[in-house]
Design a protein around this ligand. Sequence first.
Ligand SMILES: NC(=O)c1ccc[n+]([C@@H]2O[C@H](COP(=O)([O-])OP(=O)(O)OC[C@H]3O[C@@H](n4cnc5c(N)ncnc54)[C@H](O)[C@@H]3O)[C@@H](O)[C@H]2O)c1
Ligand SMILES: [Zn+2]
Length: 359
Amino acid sequence: MARVTVAVPGRPYPVLIGQGALQELPRMMRELGASAAAVVTDLTVGGIWGEAVRDALTGLGIHASLLAVEPGERAKTLDGLIRVLEFLEDVALDRQGVVVAVGGGAVGDLAGFAAAVWLRGVRHVQVPTTLLAMVDSSVGGKTGVDTARTKNAIGAIWQPSAVISDLALLATLPEEDYLAAFGEVVKYAVAMDGELALRLERSCDGLLGRSPAALEPVVARCVELKARVVAEDEREAGPRAILNYGHTVGHALESASGYRAAHGRAVAFGMQAAARIAARLGRCAPDLVRRQDELLAAFGLPGALPPVPLPDLLAAIPRDKKRRAGRVRWVLPEDLGRARVGVEVADEVVAEVVGTLAP
Ligand SMILES: NC(=O)c1ccc[n+]([C@@H]2O[C@H](COP(=O)([O-])OP(=O)(O)OC[C@H]3O[C@@H](n4cnc5c(N)ncnc54)[C@H](O)[C@@H]3O)[C@@H](O)[C@H]2O)c1
Ligand SMILES: [Zn+2]
């Protein structure tokens, strides 16, 4: 079992990663002095793992109630939030109680936000069940819901009290969700950790086979990397921007395709664009583009993307001029494991590079 501490000032919390980590949940709840647990999951995850979670908790004498919301983004709305808050009210969760989010990033963001606002804030524990949630969304404290028009429009920074990533839970995750998450994993490697890139190359077969032995060090390393920037920059004033590598064009592809592109695949595409921009500007060697392409391809990335007309895609990419106080958002790789944030890129260069790549 790997253990990483997210050292946010004043309230550090542990992330446990490993096969069977779920067994640690009751002990963790005891350590938190939790009187009751309000488990929030979705219908899919709850159908598979919900009872196991509840039994584990009640077995140790913690009173546990469970709510299962619609799977995926559909529940991550203000209506979904109201449902969760009414559930917390129904079970009379008090300040000693803890919300336990069991699911992917959608459940984690929704339940975490409910915890942030219920009684002006109760504790929550994240039990991520997707690879994306394990390497990204469960750590860092961003919580929230979407509006009809804007993803993550409403939210709060509310750090969990613990994160428990049981790699065994990934066994039932659909292949598409599993593979797309490697977009984020490769992001950490290329932008922040050349060693991780080498490890991904070495252990690709084990990772594709979801071997816990191959996954544990990779998930732990991604969490460490995210934890480091989050601890430095909880509110994303500066260094946390490195986590946006691949996301400038990635987000544009997602929105221009009406969110038909899987996030991880869109990010993989965005990294291909960013690396090509960097090479075009002489900020990295052309060989980096090739190595990153190979690393992505090993996980089937970016793979099939929805066709988006180039003008729509370009129109969705934020331009420097539109950015507040001229702050530039490009994160460009310099070498395998190193990227620079806040680089200015001329619109023509963006258009030229994206034009050669567009799906
Ligand atoms: N808070 C953050 O910092 C942050 C970061 C990245 C993404 N996000 C958010 O995360 C969300 C995406 O998260 P996601 O990719 O985990 O998707 P998700 O939560 O929508 O889950 C994807 C699907 O997989 C199913 N599923 C989950 N775990 C399963 C399992 N073990 N077995 C079988 N099925 C399972 C779910 O029911 C769902 O249908 C988005 O809303 C995004 O905005 C948040
Ligand atoms: Zn992302």
